[in-house]
Design a protein around this ligand. Structure first.
Ligand SMILES: NC(=O)c1ccc[n+]([C@@H]2O[C@H](COP(=O)([O-])OP(=O)(O)OC[C@H]3O[C@@H](n4cnc5c(N)ncnc54)[C@H](O)[C@@H]3O)[C@@H](O)[C@H]2O)c1
Ligand SMILES: [Zn+2]
Length: 339
């Protein structure tokens, strides 16, 4: 809750602040600024609606101009309040303007709260692909307030839920149990969801702390993403949301884990029940599996390491497996074909 924000006192003691805010959450920022006594400080608020299509260097350049006009200096603190697109792009501006400014992320979508705003990866897209230009630039604070999600459309909850599933199976333990026993509908902010969000965010923060540059454990966060990214691309961006594609990708990775590592089938059945409970797809119309595997091979991470999968030996025990045979992948993909 806003009233409980321990870091607002810290914020109140900062010098000038440059806020970039997503329009749906502008009222929240106004309350926050009022609370920190912004009237007596140098605070600039830029309200910017930035879609995935505008997550480009042109939009970055426009923000550089705004920063120039507002006389941003090395002491200015940047506050990025919004979804993952806004935090990725504003974080990139903070990483590069004046060779790096301190910044705070206030993520306001489920995806951004459990994933995008945590871990210091900031980036924009180019015509050749997503997130190709970026940096590692950790925010000073990631302030997660689940109350913000009360206004989030259900479609955006679905977009983030794939990351919750992925995190629950790679972490196991209480997060897995919480997701399993939570019966609250998606889109209704409850204490059950707030705990799940908090734990998922903490898990990512812990993994990033161990492996910022994705040499080792951070790769586990790609669970469900090898097939997920390919499905998103194959069906066309916007047909399947990222979360829906990752949900399906988790089913494929779990099936592959059954074939290659002897994982019990009940894990996949459990995850399938979560997808059904929260209205995400568990299968798709027929697809060309050879074309899908070719898309996987084009992936920027696959190009560096050969086709690699994060698989599961058991709940909470992920492993990275390289050079998986295409015939086995095809067999695993069969599990999400609608019959
Ligand atoms: N940096 C990373 O590690 C990382 C990880 C995963 C994803 N990402 C990036 O995250 C981006 C996707 O982020 P996203 O799913 O948050 O999408 P988004 O930022 O496009 O937000 C979705 C929509 O929700 C609106 N919105 C935001 N907060 C709201 C609220 N509280 N109430 C109502 N509406 C609200 C936004 O204006 C937008 O229209 C992608 O660009 C992806 O590459 C980054
Ligand atoms: Zn993802």
């Amino acid at each position: 809750m806003l009233e409980k924000w321990p870091w607002s006192t810290w914020l109140a003691n900062q010098g000038s602040v440059m806020v970039v805010v997503d329009p749906p959450v502008k009222p929240y920022v106004e309350r926050l600024l009022h609370r920190i006594g912004a009237e007596s400080k140098t605070v600039t608020v830029l309200e910017r609606s930035i879609s995935e299509r505008d997550k480009t260097l042109d939009t970055v350049a426009a923000l550089y101009r705004d920063f120039g006009e507002e006389r941003v200096t090395r002491d200015t603190l940047v506050l990025a309040v919004g979804g993952g697109v806004l935090t990725d792009l504003t974080g990139y501006v903070a990483a590069t303007y004046l060779r790096g400014l301190r910044w705070i992320a206030v993520p306001t979508t489920l995806l951004a709260q459990v994933d995008a705003a945590i871990g210091g990866k900031v980036a924009v897209n180019t015509e050749f692909g997503k997130n190709l230009v970026g940096a590692f630039h950790l925010p000073e604070i990631v302030a997660i307030d689940p109350v913000l999600l009360a206004s989030l459309p259900i479609k955006e909850w679905r977009a983030g839920f794939g990351e919750v599933i992925k995190s629950a199976v790679i972490a196991g333990g209480t997060l897995y149990d919480r997701v399993r026993h939570n019966l609250e509908p998606l889109g209704k902010m409850t204490s059950g969801w707030a705990s799940i969000i908090g734990e998922t965010a903490r898990l990512k923060a812990q993994i990033v702390q161990m492996d910022l540059y994705e040499q080792d454990q951070r790769m586990f966060l790609n669970f469900g993403h090898t097939a997920g990214h390919a499905l998103e691309n194959y069906f066309g961006y916007g047909t399947l949301s990222h979360g829906e594609a990752v949900g399906l990708g988790c089913l494929v990775a779990l099936r592959l884990s059954e074939i290659l590592l002897g994982l019990e089938r009940r894990v996949r059945e459990e995850v399938e029940s979560w997808l059904l409970r929260w209205g995400l797809p568990v299968n798709t119309t027929e697809f060309d599996s050879t074309a899908l595997i070719n898309i996987m091979r084009q992936d920027k991470k696959a190009r560096a390491f050969g086709l690699q999968w994060v698989l599961l030996k058991g709940i909470g025990s992920p492993v990275v497996v390289r050079n998986v045979d295409a015939a086995v992948v095809r067999e695993a993909l069969d599990v999400i074909v609608r019959r």
